[in-house]
Design a protein around this ligand. Structure first.
Ligand SMILES: NC(=O)c1ccc[n+]([C@@H]2O[C@H](COP(=O)([O-])OP(=O)(O)OC[C@H]3O[C@@H](n4cnc5c(N)ncnc54)[C@H](OP(=O)(O)O)[C@@H]3O)[C@@H](O)[C@H]2O)c1
Length: 234
């Protein structure tokens, strides 16, 4: 059975991804920030293939402790897919230059950019043992440099652009281990982050992302794409 670790699994896209993978033959390790994630707990009561783990991707200690406990998840110390989904977009990020809040900017980068790197570093030994060898980073169209139209949202856009760069650097480095990296724009989704006016439900995005995860990518295939597999411009 294939295994996947999904971060930010409490709600939104993370929760939809947990359901999609758990219902389709994966052992899912759902990493949540909340102490008592009600929806995840309910789901896990119905499935033997869904394990919960508390993990704050902004904390070295929390991520290392989760990795340390990985052996207890009945997946033989093997991880097929690491899906870095956890992310934030604080209200303050909508401020113009004059009102930029640097504390919030640092917090955003720590979660959106360093979170995936921290998690990849801690779980790399297990990924090397897995068969699929895929790191799937949830990026955003907001991280595209060449298609950028915004005049603000500095924290969020810069954190996702840096995540894109991280995805390229990691792909260069992990080619030798035959690990493939993809950075996926999940679409504008009706979640707490995307708001009610967004284009799609997170379940639709999760369907597309599941199909991408099932594909056999070559190491040299493009990295940055949307949830339907359409190549994005860096
Ligand atoms: N929504 C969109 O339209 C859109 C568009 C492009 C990209 N994205 C990206 O898609 C991903 C999922 O977004 P979403 O719309 O599902 O957002 P969401 O509904 O706000 O959910 C975000 C998830 O990340 C978790 N999280 C936040 N900080 C964390 C931390 N320090 N450690 C671990 N988990 C943490 C949250 O936990 P709590 O609930 O406990 O706070 C929550 O489960 C994000 O990476 C986002 O940037 C979203």
């Amino acid at each position: 059975m294939k295994s996947i670790l999904i971060t930010g699994a409490d709600k939104g896209l993370g929760l939809s991804l947990v359901e999609k993978f758990a219902n389709n033959g994966y052992c899912v390790i759902a990493a949540h920030l909340e102490e008592s994630p009600e929806k995840l707990i309910k789901l896990s009561e119905k499935s033997n293939f869904l394990k919960l783990i508390r993990m704050d991707v902004s904390s070295d200690e929390s991520v290392l402790s989760a990795a340390h406990n990985f052996e207890q998840y009945d997946v033989d110390g093997k991880l097929d897919i690491l899906l870095n989904n956890a992310g934030v977009h604080f209200e303050e990020s909508y401020a113009s230059l004059e009102d930029v809040n640097f504390n919030i900017a640092l917090k955003t980068h720590n979660i959106n950019t360093l979170g995936p790197l921290r998690t990849a570093k801690a779980f790399l030994p297990f990924l090397k043992e897995g068969e699929k060898k895929l790191i799937l980073n949830i990026s955003s169209e907001a991280g595209s440099l060449s298609d950028c139209w915004r005049e603000k949202e500095f924290d969020y856009c810069m954190s996702k652009a840096a995540l894109n760069m991280q995805s390229i650097l990691l792909q260069n480095y992990l080619k030798k281990d035959r690990i493939k990296i993809i950075a996926v724009h999940p679409g504008w989704m009706r979640t707490d982050m995307g708001g009610l006016k967004a284009d799609i439900d997170s379940t639709e995005s999760a369907e597309g992302i599941f199909s991408l995860a099932e594909k056999d990518f070559a190491l040299n295939d493009p990295i940055y794409m949307d949830y339907k597999g359409k190549i994005m411009h860096w």
